[in-house]
Every structure is written in structure tokens, then in C-alpha cells.
Design a protein around this ligand. Structure first.
Ligand SMILES: C[S@@+](CC[C@H](N)C(=O)[O-])C[C@H]1O[C@@H](n2cnc3c(N)ncnc32)[C@H](O)[C@@H]1O
Length: 399
């Protein structure tokens, strides 16, 4: 069983008490130089957590990091790696300090963690990524190649057909003596890139514990899987709500977490007793499910101005313009779905959202012949295909 320990204190002094060359992986998510006091209250209002990220200058911040990173470097094994989580506030400063402490040659990757966001309080581009700088202690670092699915745009020939270099060193498809193209063998997938599309924890996620800037367990699992094996040691010197420790426990790695705030350590210990991980529908069902929905909505709503609604079982789109001061919610009947079930799903989802116009696009004639009793409060609109069928029936009858 994994051994997990938490320590209260400034990591600067705690690091002196930890042995040299002991950790296979260090992940740190320190204050980002946001020049803010971060505060958040739990959903039930029972606790408020806070940490300060206010600095006199870039120099002061750089000194703070340099002192701690030097000590962290000492605790890494020869094959170990460090992942430094930051954002555009200080990524440029952090990169320079890491180059000094680890050596520029030990830089491995700048990982872009990207996620979807929907609004921007400031003028300018919507910020939708953070940066994780990956350095190793030596060139002989532990690394597990993780594979991801082929994308929709991957050329099928590149997956299925073996490639070799010809006499001019050009990549060509390998052929046997009869000139037939040879198979590439097992279709393993694409090596994980340095852009990671992992959803941010939404405000209602069960995994959320109310700690400011809490990171998703999925993100930490990916880092741990990349550079460690079961039984290895992981260190998080700014552990906050303990996400790294939870991910380590779930993956059977040993871990130590340090935080200067006693309430962060109390929270980490309680999370460790009963780890909760949110399953991302987006990752489970794949991006394609979302794209399929986009295609469906586009097909049926072409010509209207709408926003697509993801992550909602009851509705598929909302019109950009309110009608009579009320929003317009739209659902497209699913293949094989009974009409009354579709109508119920739409009216259920709208119940908590105030007064709205509800529109159901009927795509199948599996119930209620047109013109008979309709579900209350839901306007039925027949799809173009059904409308054409109706017109043809009428023509047939009257012809
Ligand atoms: C961005 S938060 C970490 C969030 C964490 N990754 C999570 O998922 O919950 C930064 C943490 O660093 C802690 N911290 C700040 N200065 C510290 C120091 N000198 N030593 C240890 N912890 C410190 C803060 O109390 C805060 O919990």
C-alpha cells in the first residue's frame, strides 16, 4: 500500500529534513505571481481557504523560487523529473530560474494545459491555458510513452501502412516482392503531445473541495504516469488541497506533501481518507461525441443564431436572442427516442432555469401522429425530412 505523508511548514525549511536523491517526481504549483489574495469558500459555506500571492517585485518572487528549487533539485533521484505549474504571469521568470538550477539542457517540455472557458471579464483574448515546465535531473530520466487516440483528421494510410526510407531518404510505403503495401502491425495510437486538453474542475464537480486554484486529479495522474512507476516517491512542496497526494494514492505511488497553511494540510488529510475523483464526460465519451452533437445541431438549426449547449442531458441549443424576454431552449429528438420522453427531458432540464420557450425538433414518427395531443409547454417542430414526408402523403392522398 502507498505511504502518504503530509507536513505543515514552509517548504524551504522542511526540505532540509528530507533525504537527498529520494524523489522520482516533484510537482509544484506554487503561487503564480498573480498579485492577489486567493480566497474560496466551500460549497456548503462551512470553511474558507486562502493563500497570499502578493510580491514586492519580480526579483523577490524569483529569489523565493530559486532558494526552494535548489533544495528541490537536491532531493530528486538521478532519473527523476520536476514539473513546475505556472501561468503567463511568471512563466518567463520561472523558465530562466529552472535553466539556472537544472541546466538549460535538462529542459524537456513546455506543457500547455488547455481547457474550455466561456467568458472573459477582461478586454482581450480569453485565457484558456496554463503552463507546466518539465525538467529532468539528468539525460537518463524515467519516461513512459503514453499513447492517445488518433484524431479524426489522421490519414488512415499512415496508421495502417508500414513506412520505410527510400534511397533518397524519403519516407515511402513499404511493399513486398509482389508490390503490395505492407501493414504497419499493431495500431498503437499517437504519442502524447505537449498540449493537454483536460477539463478544468467545474464549480459543481464532486471532486471540488473549495480550495482556491485546486487542480484536477486527472492532470496529476497524467504527470505521475509519465515519469514514475508503482512504488516510486512523489513530492509536492506546495500541496494545497493535496491533489498530487490523492493522485499518487490512486496510482499506488508513495508521496509527501508540504504546505505552509495548517488548514490546507487538514483538508488534504481528509481528502486522503475518502478520495473523490470526478469522471469527465468529455474524456470518457471523447471529443467526438461533442463534435457529433455540433453537427446534429448545425443540421437542424442552420439559419438560426444559436449557442450549442454541451454537458446537458435535456437540451442541445439555446437561441442567442430571447423571445418576449424569455430564453428559447431547443432539443433534437434522439434516434429511437419516444416523443414524450424527449419532451419530458427538455421540460425537466428547464425547470430550474426560469421561464423559457421550449422547442422540440421531431425527427422520428414513433408516437403521436402529427396534430394530436402534444406535451404541455413544449412546441413541436417537425424536421425538414418529416415535413417532406407529410407533404408527399398529402399529395398522394389528394392525387
Ligand atoms: C496554488 S496552491 C496549490 C494548489 C494545489 N495544487 C491543489 O490542487 O489544491 C499553492 C499553495 O502553496 C502554499 N504555500 C505558499 N507558500 C508556501 C511555502 N513557502 N511553503 C509551503 N507551502 C506554501 C499555499 O498555502 C497554497 O496552499
Amino acid at each position: 500500500m502507498a505511504e502518504i505523508r503530509t507536513i505543515i511548514g514552509d517548504c524551504l525549511s522542511v526540505l532540509d529534513t528530507l533525504p537527498e536523491s529520494a524523489f522520482d517526481l516533484i510537482y509544484l504549483d506554487p503561487p503564480f505571481y498573480t498579485q492577489k489574495e486567493h480566497t474560496l469558500t466551500t460549497r456548503d459555506g462551512s470553511a474558507t481557504f486562502a493563500f497570499r500571492d502578493l510580491w514586492a517585485s519580480h526579483e523577490e518572487y524569483a529569489r523565493f523560487l530559486h532558494e526552494r528549487l535548489s533544495k528541490l533539485h537536491r532531493t530528486l533521484t538521478y532519473t527523476g523529473s520536476l514539473f513546475f505549474h505556472c501561468d503567463s504571469n511568471a512563466a518567463h521568470i520561472v523558465r530562466l530560474i529552472l535553466d539556472q538550477v537544472f541546466g538549460a539542457a535538462m529542459f524537456r517540455s513546455e506543457i500547455v494545459w488547455t481547457y474550455r472557458r466561456w467568458s472573459n471579464a477582461n478586454k482581450g483574448l480569453l485565457p484558456a491555458h496554463q503552463t507546466i515546465l518539465f525538467y529532468s535531473k539528468s539525460a537518463d530520466f524515467k519516461f513512459n510513452t503514453l499513447l492517445t487516440n488518433y484524431s479524426a483528421s489522421t490519414n488512415i494510410d499512415q496508421i495502417t501502412q508500414r513506412r520505410v526510407r527510400d534511397s533518397r531518404n524519403k519516407a515511402v510505403y513499404a511493399r513486398n516482392e509482389q508490390g503490395h503495401v505492407l501493414s504497419s502491425g499493431a495500431k498503437k495510437g499517437v504519442p502524447l503531445s505537449d498540449v493537454w486538453d483536460i477539463p478544468y474542475l467545474n464549480p459543481k464537480a464532486k471532486e471540488r473541495v473549495g480550495y482556491p486554484t485546486q487542480k484536477p486529479i486527472l492532470l496529476l495522474e497524467q504527470i505521475i504516469n509519465l515519469c514514475t512507476e508503482a512504488g516510486d516517491w512523489v513530492l509536492d512542496p506546495f500541496c494545497g488541497s493535496g491533489t498530487t497526494l490523492i493522485a499518487s494514492k490512486l496510482l499506488d505511488r508513495n508521496a509527501i506533501g508540504i504546505d505552509i497553511a495548517p488548514e490546507a494540510i487538514t483538508l488534504t488529510n481528509s481528502r486522503l481518507r475518502d478520495p473523490v475523483k470526478t469522471v469527465s464526460a468529455l474524456l470518457e465519451q471523447g471529443r467526438e461525441t461533442y463534435e457529433r452533437k455540433e453537427t446534429d445541431v448545425f443540421t437542424y438549426l442552420k439559419g438560426l443564431d444559436y449557442h450549442i449547449v454541451q454537458r446537458n442531458q435535456g437540451m442541445d441549443a439555446i437561441l442567442k436572442q430571447d423571445i418576449d424576454g424569455k430564453p428559447v431552449f431547443i432539443r433534437i429528438q434522439r434516434p429511437g427516442e419516444k416523443l414524450h420522453e424527449a419532451a419530458m427531458a427538455l421540460s425537466d432540464t428547464s425547470r430550474t432555469k426560469g421561464d423559457a420557450h421550449l422547442v422540440l425538433i421531431v425527427t422520428e414518427d414513433n408516437e403521436l401522429p402529427f396534430g394530436l395531443e402534444q406535451p404541455v409547454g413544449v412546441t413541436l417542430v417537425r424536421s425538414t425530412a418529416l415535413t417532406i414526408k407529410d407533404a408527399l402523403c398529402y399529395a398522394l392522398r389528394s392525387g
